[in-house]
Design a protein around this ligand. Structure first.
Ligand code: NAD
Length: 303
């Protein structure tokens, strides 16, 4: 299987590196030249549980030079999706599958603007990674990955992608209700990301203070109400789910927190901002999500 990864940052390099180690043909595509040059000359350094190993891997800034792909994995930040998918059109043949494992809501809609809907698979991952520098990442989380068809069918191609991920050590399940999983992950991001960015806290510190705990709960409850009104099935108590996720990543600083630390644009529009948009279309008030979205966007503008 020839896999091309659009966006070779922390997660693109993690999935690319693990698939390459398992013997798959993988191409990493990124616009960051220094990173790509390092990957080409020295390979990808993947740090895992205190050990670092170099992985030889194909990497390029020129997507048109890669040829046709069986699988295209979209791993840019959500605000770069439209451009990356447009660039990736040259990779497609009849059977090419495009899969997003990005966080947030709206990825499906953005990709389907550029790509035939029948070619698109949706997913979420509990894997985590940190980019340490050009050509160098750390594997930082080991949760399960879920993928699924937009029309909820269990297809051979989804099983085949999941199998190749499993063979690479990425535990993956094909789901017939992938939108429920997307919302499940969204609830965690809604409760954690903006609050850690705004406070400067690690994930776990949110639970150390009654004020941030209460804010986390209000953000999550608002989003869960929107999800229910949209017919999304939420299995467990959403607050408990988010508390467990926070405890499991207590020492981590969320990606939005890290974006703030580096004065970078965040994915707020795909997370709390997406809850606000969905709520507006349903006529549900979500003042806490509106407030954190406005605060994050205003601070972002000052960078
Ligand atoms: P990242 O910023 O490390 O990597 C994104 C990469 O995309 C960058 O290297 C950037 O140069 C590249 N890029 C931008 N525009 C491009 C284009 N047009 N073509 C090719 N490359 C382009 O981000 P990340 O942490 O890997 O996150 C990627 C997605 O995965 C996000 O939606 C994030 O929320 C999600 N995610 C991240 C983690 C994590 O632990 N980092 C975990 C789960 C999900």
């Amino acid at each position: 299987m020839k896999t091309v990864i659009m966006g070779a940052g922390a997660m693109g390099s993690l999935f690319g590196g693990l698939l390459a180690l398992a013997g798959e043909e993988v191409w990493l595509v990124d616009i960051w030249k220094e990173h790509i040059d390092t990957l080409r000359s020295k390979g990808l350094v993947l740090e895992e549980k205190g050990k670092a190993q170099p992985i030889p891997i194909h990497a390029t800034t020129e997507v048109a030079s890669v040829g046709k792909a069986d699988l295209v994995l979209i791993f840019v930040k959500t605000y770069h999706t439209e451009k990356a998918v447009s660039d990736a059109r040259v990779l497609q043949k009849e059977s090419t599958v495009f899969l997003t494992l990005q966080n947030g809501l709206g990825n499906e809609e953005t990709i389907c603007k550029e790509m035939e809907r029948k070619k698109v698979l949706l997913g979420v991952t509990g894997q985590g990674a940190t980019l340490l520098g050009p050509g160098h990442i750390r594997h930082a989380g080991w949760g399960k990955t879920y993928i699924g068809e937009l029309d909820h069918q269990i297809t051979d191609r989804a099983i085949w992608v999941a199998q190749s991920f499993c063979d690479a050590g990425i535990e993956t399940e094909v789901s017939s209700n992938i939108h429920d999983h997307v919302w499940g992950k969204l609830l965690v991001n809604v409760g954690v990301n903006a609050l850690t960015a705004l406070t400067g806290f690690s994930n776990g510190q949110l639970l150390d203070y009654p004020e941030t705990t209460r804010l986390m709960e209000r953000l999550v409850l608002e989003a869960a109400e929107v999800a229910r009104k949209k017919g999304v099935h939420i299995e467990e108590d959403p607050i408990e789910k988010v508390r467990k996720a926070i405890e499991a990543t207590r020492e981590n600083r969320s990606s939005m927190g890290q974006d703030f630390d580096h004065r970078r644009k965040t994915e707020i529009d795909a997370i709390n901002g997406a809850v606000v948009r969905e709520a507006q279309s349903l006529g549900i008030p979500v003042p806490f999500n509106q407030a954190v979205t406005d605060l994050v966007k205003a601070i972002e503008k000052s960078f």
